[in-house]
Design a protein around this ligand. Structure first.
Ligand code: GDP
Length: 527
């Protein structure tokens, strides 16, 4: 690929994730986005390969529970752009995965339920986005229902999420009386027609709020709506792309994902304004996405996405340069060159073999146990991307096997699950226990389910006297040895070989921190 072609290809990329509170409509909007993506691909008619589905729920447990445990990637073309949508797990318990996925995107779409406004999970995710000033575009969903007053929802975004909100369009009514949206910048009404949820809806437009057609559409509401829009124009921020890109302002769109209305307008704004692939920091220097040398990092490892394949996939964000099929790349942590000829991509949900991928794209590498979350790959340089966190677990269980002959299978299973980041495993210095840690309680259920399903290991998960864990570091080797001797009862090695302190209580942790000031007790660890 020549440099000019490479730059053109990078410019086209838009890599993002959707953040929302469960039930706000993330899955539904994902389906509609794929519908637009698929349709464009086959020349304007809606004809997905097996019908457009959001193929993000693989595991049967997810289907039973109706939650998304795993996370996936979908690539689709739209309007001269190539959009990469990274799915984030919906359930609160899986926030660790979500955090890491958010390190691999360049912007996010925030979906808010118009009837509920800003909810807890959105607040938390917004805090994560703020760490990197990730640009945020908002979609206020479910306008086909009786929602809260849109002005109130806008205020809530500003007050609670502490970000300036700039409406791009404004809803005309709601619930049964939802008539469409009005674009504040082009003075165009997009008319809502129900029953078009499963198709690419016709874009019925009326030019001008002052037109006779607008009056005919809005009937008795016309005067109120004109007043309201007058007020909205005066009382809200004007959109600035610069402020949006700096993460200080969110453009806001209204619509209904279920009715597939307002989604196109949002998507048009998204591909127009959202950032092209951004550079990333490494331990040595900042890497620009436009640099010719290949580089990327692994932000997620996932098992058995497709029961027919039964393998593990390491998801890598390409940060610069080009991946070409069959190329050699350096696996920096282990210092080896590997030839990659079978990376996969996720074209609208179907796995396909990738010929080439550029900055902003996500590729899936087949992982036979050597790749870990946070690993960097390059075409030669020994640098390491930073900022991919691992969080100290808050919940712990001791694992006891039902069948002692299964020890090997258990160890293998736990090793793999911990490499994936599905759980964290600890081996205490002074006894033969195996302790697993999780950030959320549902994680244990996933571990139990997968150990049984994939490794045929049945185990009992007992309560254990551990309140929290800290990764331990000390540059003074002598002091570290002293500390290890004194605190051996609390120390263990985690699945990645790192020294870890397991504290039975918070008070115990504080005391240890006071007693050993030269030792650092870390609540997060970089991979
Ligand atoms: P998620 O948990 O954020 O992925 O939410 P879903 O997409 O699964 O949606 C949750 C529920 O809200 C489902 O029953 C959807 O059918 C419904 N829903 C999603 N979007 C809309 C909408 O625009 N209008 C209405 N009335 N319901 C919606």
């Amino acid at each position: 690929m020549s440099n000019t072609v490479l730059l053109k290809n990078i410019e086209k990329r838009r890599t993002f994730a959707i953040i929302s509170h469960p039930d706000a409509g993330k899955t539904t909007i994902t389906e509609k986005l794929l519908l637009f993506g698929n349709a464009i691909q086959v020349g304007g008619t809606v004809k997905g390969k097996k019908g457009p589905h959001a193929k993000s729920d693989w595991m049967s447990m997810e289907q039973e529970r109706g939650i998304s445990v795993t996370s996936s990637v979908m690539q689709f073309p739209y309007k001269e752009r190539v959009v990469n949508l990274l799915d984030t797990p919906g359930h609160e318990d899986f926030s660790e995965d979500t955090y890491r996925t958010l390190t691999a995107v360049d912007s996010v779409l925030m979906v808010i339920d118009g009837a509920k406004g800003v909810e807890d999970r959105t607040i938390k995710l917004m805090d994560v986005c703020r760490l990197r000033d990730t640009p945020i575009l908002s979609f206020i969903n479910k306008m086909d229902r009786d929602t809260r007053d849109p002005i109130e929802v806008m205020d809530e975004i500003e007050d609670v999420l502490k970000i300036a909100a700039a409406p791009i369009n404004w809803p005309l009514g709601m619930g049964k009386e939802f008539k469409g949206v009005y674009n504040l910048y082009t003075d165009t009404i997009h008319v809502f027609k129900s029953g078009q949820g499963h198709t690419i809806p016709e874009d019925i437009r009326i030019e001008g709020l002052d037109s006779a057609e607008a009056e005919a559409l809005l009937g008795e509401y016309i005067d109120d709506i004109r007043d309201e829009i007058e007020l909205v124009r005066g009382a809200t921020h004007e959109f600035s792309q610069e402020e949006y890109l700096a993460g200080r302002m969110t453009p806001v769109f209204f619509g209904t994902a279920l009715g597939n209305f307002g989604v196109r307008e949002m998507l048009d704004g998204f591909v127009e304004w959202s950032p092209q692939p951004l550079g990333r920091d490494t331990n040595e220097r900042f890497i620009e996405s436009t640099e010719p040398e290949f580089s990327g990092f692994v932000f997620k490892i996932q098992a058995n996405m497709d029961p027919k394949h039964r393998d593990r996939i390491a998801f890598m964000r390409v940060c610069s340069g080009v991946y070409s099929k069959g190329m050699k790349m350096r696996h920096v942590r282990i210092g080896k060159d590997v030839k990659v000829s079978d990376a996969v991509t996720f074209m609208a949900g179907d796995r396909e073999s990738v010929e080439q991928a550029v900055a902003g794209d996500i590729i899936g590498l087949h992982n036979h146990g050597t790749i870990q979350i946070g690993d960097t790959f390059t075409s030669g340089s020994a640098l390491k991307f930073t900022g991919i966190p691992h969080f100290a677990p808050e919940l712990f269980r001791r694992i006891r096997l039902k069948d002692p002959l299964k020890t090997k299978a258990l160890q293998k299973g736990l090793q793999q699950l911990s490499e994936e980041g599905s759980t964290q495993v600890f081996f205490p210095f002074n006894n033969n226990d195996i302790v697993v840690g999780a950030v959320g309680v549902l994680q244990f259920e996933v571990v139990a389910y997968r150990l049984k399903d994939e490794y045929k290991v049945e185990a009992i998960y007992e309560p254990v006297n551990v309140a929290t864990a800290r990764w331990v570091e000390c540059s003074d080797t002598k002091k570290l040895e002293q500390f290890k001797n004194k605190c051996a009862d609390n120390l263990c090695i985690d699945g990645g070989g790192h020294l870890t302190y397991l504290a039975p209580t918070r008070v115990n942790l504080s005391l240890a921190e006071e007693r050993y000031p030269e030792v650092r007790f870390r609540a997060t660890r970089e991979h």
